[in-house]
Design a protein around this ligand. Sequence first.
Ligand code: GDP
Ligand code: MG
Length: 257
Amino acid sequence: MQLSVVVPVKDEAANVEPLLDEIHAALDARYDYEIIYVDDGSSDGTLEVLRARMLIDPRLRVLRHEHSCGQSTAVWNGVRAAHGEVIATLDGDGQNDPADIPALVAALVERRPGNLQLVMGHRTRRKDSFAKRIASRIANRVRRALLHDDTPDTGCGIKAFWRDAFLSLPYFNHMHRFLPALVCRQGGAVRSVPVNHRPRESGRSKYGINDRLWAGIADLAGVAWLLRRERRPAAVIEETPPVRMSRTPEERAAQRH
Ligand SMILES: Nc1nc2c(ncn2[C@@H]2O[C@H](COP(=O)(O)OP(=O)(O)O)[C@@H](O)[C@H]2O)c(=O)[nH]1
Ligand SMILES: [Mg+2]
């Protein structure tokens, strides 16, 4: 199994090196893996730190957007570029603990149930401000009641999924907050696994409670609409007897006579 770790970053210069060290410590000797950082138009020197590190770290790949396009788009492009069939993502600010990656990946490849497509981290003890925890708790309740996605913590940055399953989801800005509902929509199963959470040591949070709330309400309405518009059956049954396509021009010519 090949594993690609995708890390979206915007203005996380001081967090890059410590987090990379932790990712290597968690994965070295366990997996065939690569780490893909997607820099989303940072202006604090994040890209320069990544470039310097890339020279001495053969497992590190660096992608960048010339202008900021948001976290969902960064994750999407990182996954598209990934070579692994299994993807793990985590936030670039160090709040997620890379030591949780093996447990998430193990749960995914166990495939219980067989249609398991996504394993979500669940931050059971969040190290965020009181206001943020309350806002998040309310948002999670409302989302869960409306989307029935049976996931306690969809905003958690650390998760594992199959690359193919992710790339068959509909892309839209902010989609990364709705992965469980979108996976269920396409017939996949989702599991949640408890993970560690840590306070932010450097840099600033990019999301305010207010802008997350208003964008969140619009997105929730959009995702609810998408769920109602899903009509694909679990399987398409072909009734035609097997037909072999002709392989060569000669074979095709012979069939015409
Ligand atoms: N690519 C990209 N990543 C972002 C953006 N905003 C936040 N991030 C990353 O998403 C992760 C979570 O963001 P953060 O500000 O810590 O959110 P919080 O933990 O919910 O306060 C971090 O790795 C950020 O660097 C963005 O606009 N683009
Ligand atoms: Mg954070």
